[in-house]
Design a protein around this ligand. Sequence first.
Ligand SMILES: Nc1ncnc2c1ncn2[C@@H]1O[C@H](COP(=O)(O)OP(=O)(O)O)[C@@H](O)[C@H]1O
Ligand SMILES: [Mg+2]
Length: 273
Amino acid sequence: MALRQSKKKRPPREEKMLKAERKLESEVFDRNTLLALAKLRQQGHFETLDYPIAKGKEAYAFVGTAPDGQKVAIKIYRIETSNFIRMHDYLDGDPRFARTSRKRFETVLAWARKEFSNLKAFHEAGIAVPKPFGFERNIVVMEFLGEGGIPYSTLAEIGTEQPQKDYEFMLEQVKKIYQLGFVHSDISEYNIIVADSGLKLLDCAQAVLLAHPRAEEFLRRDVENLVRYFGKQGAEGADAEKALAFIKDGKPVLRDPEALKEEDGEGGGRRDR
Ligand SMILES: Nc1ncnc2c1ncn2[C@@H]1O[C@H](COP(=O)(O)OP(=O)(O)O)[C@@H](O)[C@H]1O
Ligand SMILES: [Mg+2]
């Protein structure tokens, strides 16, 4: 009787949360991930891992606090429940990652490494992405885009009050990425954050070098997503062909994959901001 009563009393919401917590533990915090977190912490990238902010397609995002009190974003890729077959569409044709094994584990690790490497190249070129701080195994630590510990909303969540300006700004980012020798390959209103300082582009793991045989197809898809979204919001002259001509006007850098391989190795360094 007592047992039945206590079961009845337990609110279902609490039960749901318990379930979610158990899932989080088994999906994310396996032993090796905990060791990798410890290493990043030792390197000074964060002091505490505070709370989850999002569960995305392949990763959980958390807020952490750095030793100087600043918030950081910690993205942990799930090993077991990531769509690693899809990841190969963006790894195999990219000279930097073409030799990635088809094993689930190694694919996800290459993916996190690719996100860090892309973020670093983009950030250094002045493209509006969060600044990457470090990576280890399936974890990427980067600048937290938010205020008071709460992440800024995505464009999909809150929309835009200045569609023309935002459209032009995003085309400029795509152009800078292209001229740097890359295509983002996952641009949509869901991966654009509306920060106080302006729009920021997230989710850079899919980005490929122009040498990827499907780079043009990915570029067109990115551009069509922007044209569709901002066109609906009222941006004038949002047209894919015009946008592509603007983006391609110039001479893109054809990046040397050998040089990029060297750059890839820098994830584990000490924190330096
Ligand atoms: N650097 C960051 N700062 C603040 N929030 C972030 C950051 N990175 C990710 N997020 C949050 O996590 C969500 C998912 O992140 P994203 O990089 O798009 O991963 P996914 O591949 O899972 O879509 C975002 O929509 C955003 O709410
Ligand atoms: Mg995303």
